[in-house]
Design a binder for this molecule. Structure first.
Ligand code: NAD
Length: 493
């Protein structure tokens, strides 16, 4: 019997009334280990009611006390660090090191939430008019919702609820039904940290559950991370229903390689960016653009490095460089993109379809794959494949390389490898996206900075993380006070 995940509502584990379930796999073995139910509108309403009822008392709790819960939560996350990483490996398939990275980046968000008392300080200006003082305060919004993707089971939920809660909101998380176990463990730890009942809730499900949340009149704000198609839908429907929305979408990230780049270091960075987490990252480097003479040495060294990668199951503590992809559908989609690339006339330099595994396991595997001679009109150059497939383009000069990157409809990350500071500056200034790396393969900003996707990679105004995250979860109140003193008791005047 598989474990069916319960919802977590008002501090209690409550079964969702559901006729539909999504299987949760151990992707290293291809075995079903749990099931996530689809929560109907009634279950969603129950969660929203619990969050709405908890809101007034939580919003009135002094911010230092709210931050203290986050300090305790951070401490519990550290204490349970290895167990959380193992859970991520089990339900997602990340290597142990990648899973630890997922938890570490998440903890950094909780550490940022601990700064709420300082970050939420308002502004004041006395005597804005005669006898009148002005001040700006930051107030929570109410019930906030987070809808998260499968690829970072801990980090992406932690991008959202620690800040929202530290700001005085209550929260409902709707995690990906493919990885519901890690978020449930986070809920347990947050309760253990002393968060009052109803402040944090979890409902499981997919599109039906999301629709009920998007349209619920008592939901004030929606944070979403996932594919562009769904991000756009969430933004349009959420804003049409009067909610504040931040919706981060998919990506296709370009990496430019100039002929003067340090080829060994660049190869390491590109291999990590393209094949880390089996290519399932919104900041994965998926197109390398080789400028001038960089083409041949780059392909040669990438191919050699990719062929050395050990691919295999990640759940047995074995020493592998790359694990499985999330499920059989993802594996089949990625493989079909390799066929598309071949049909489009790209040259398959490294073929990951017949990957040699470290052991036979029944899991969902695609090996590192590299295409050479990719041209901009090909689908493999523009579609987000979300797997370990790297496309290499060849161009004559820097401006052509920047133009190629700027053809992408997305706008998450772009990277340049060079020793030429002027070229790096021109690239950083004119490339049309929000997160830039100079000799850094995955320029994902840490918690203190905003995660600044542009174009089709983000819908909304205020990004996730950093001070923008705090602004998203609060609205300003400006208070003008007139206190006349008829006695004019001003000493010495
Ligand atoms: P997804 O869009 O399929 O799912 C994301 C969430 O939306 C899940 O909770 C899912 O249950 C829900 N959902 C799916 N279909 C829906 C629908 N039709 N209506 C309403 N809700 C729906 O994404 P995924 O496959 O879980 O994650 C991979 C995607 O996430 C990639 O495109 C990746 O680039 C993106 N991503 C983006 C960022 C970023 O910061 N921009 C970060 C991580 C992942």
């Amino acid at each position: 019997m598989n474990v069916v995940c319960n919802n977590f509502i008002g501090g209690d584990l409550i079964p969702a009334k559901s006729a539909q379930f999504t299987p949760v796999y151990n992707p290293s073995r291809g075995e079903v280990i749990a099931e996530a139910p689809e929560s109907d509108a009634k279950s969603v309403d129950q969660a929203v009611r619990a969050a709405r009822e908890a809101f007034p008392a939580w919003a009135d709790t002094p911010v230092v006390e709210r931050a203290r819960v986050m300090f305790r939560f951070a401490h519990l996350l550290e204490q349970n660090f290895d167990e959380l990483a193992r859970l991520i490996t089990r339900e997602h398939g990340k290597t142990p090191e990648e899973a630890k990275g997922d938890v570490r980046r998440g903890i950094e968000m909780v550490e940022l939430a601990c700064h709420a008392p300082t970050i939420l300080m308002g502004q004041t200006l006395d005597q804005v008019a005669r006898g009148i003082d002005g001040r700006v305060e930051r107030h929570p919004l109410g019930v906030c919702v987070g809808i998260t993707p499968f690829n970072f089971p801990a980090m992406v939920p932690l991008w959202m609820f620690p800040i929202a809660i530290a700001c005085g909101n209550t929260f409902i998380l709707k995690p990906s039904p493919k990885v519901p176990l890690t978020p449930m463990r986070l809920a347990e730890l947050l309760a253990e940290a002393g968060l009052p009942k109803g402040v944090f809730n979890v409902v499981h499900g997919g599109a039906e559950t999301v629709d009920a949340l998007l349209k619920h009149p008592d939901v004030a704000a929606i944070s979403f991370v996932g594919s562009t198609k769904v991000a756009k839908y969430i933004y349009e429907v959420g804003t049409a229903h009067g909610k504040r929305v931040q919706a981060a979408g998919g990506a296709k990230n370009y990496m430019l390689v100039l002929p003067d780049a340090d080829m060994d270091a660049t190869t390491n960075q590109i291999i990590g960016a393209a094949f880390g987490c089996s290519g399932q990252r919104c900041m994965a480097g998926s197109v390398a653009v080789a400028v001038g003479k960089a083409g041949d040495p780059l392909i040669e060294s990438l191919d050699a490095a990719a062929k050395k990668m050990r691919v295999g199951p990640t759940d047995n503590g074995g020493n592998v460089d790359m694990g499985p992809v999330i499920d059989g559908a993802a594996r089949d989609r990625i493989k079909s993109y390799i066929d598309v690339g071949l049909n489009e006339g790209a040259k398959l330099a490294t073929d990951g379809r017949g990957v040699m595994l470290t052991e036979l396991s029944g899991g969902f595997f695609v090996g590192p794959t590299i295409f050479d001679n990719v041209s901009p009109e090909m689908k493999i150059a523009s579609d987000e494949i979300f797997g370990p497939v790297l496309s290499v383009m060849r161009v004559d000069d820097l401006s052509e390389a920047i133009a190629r990157a700027n053809q992408s409809p997305y706008g998450n990350g772009a990277v340049i490898f060079t020793r030429d500071g002027g070229a790096a500056r021109t690239f950083a200034r004119y490339v049309n996206c929000g997160m830039i790396g100079v000799n850094v393969g995955v320029p994902a900003p840490m918690a203190i900075f905003p995660f600044t996707g542009w174009n089709q990679s983000f819908f909304g105004d205020l990004h996730i993380q950093g001070h923008e995250g705090f602004h998203f979860y609060t609205h300003n109140k400006v208070i003008l006070s007139r206190w006349n003193d008829p006695g004019k008791r001003v000493l010495g005047w």
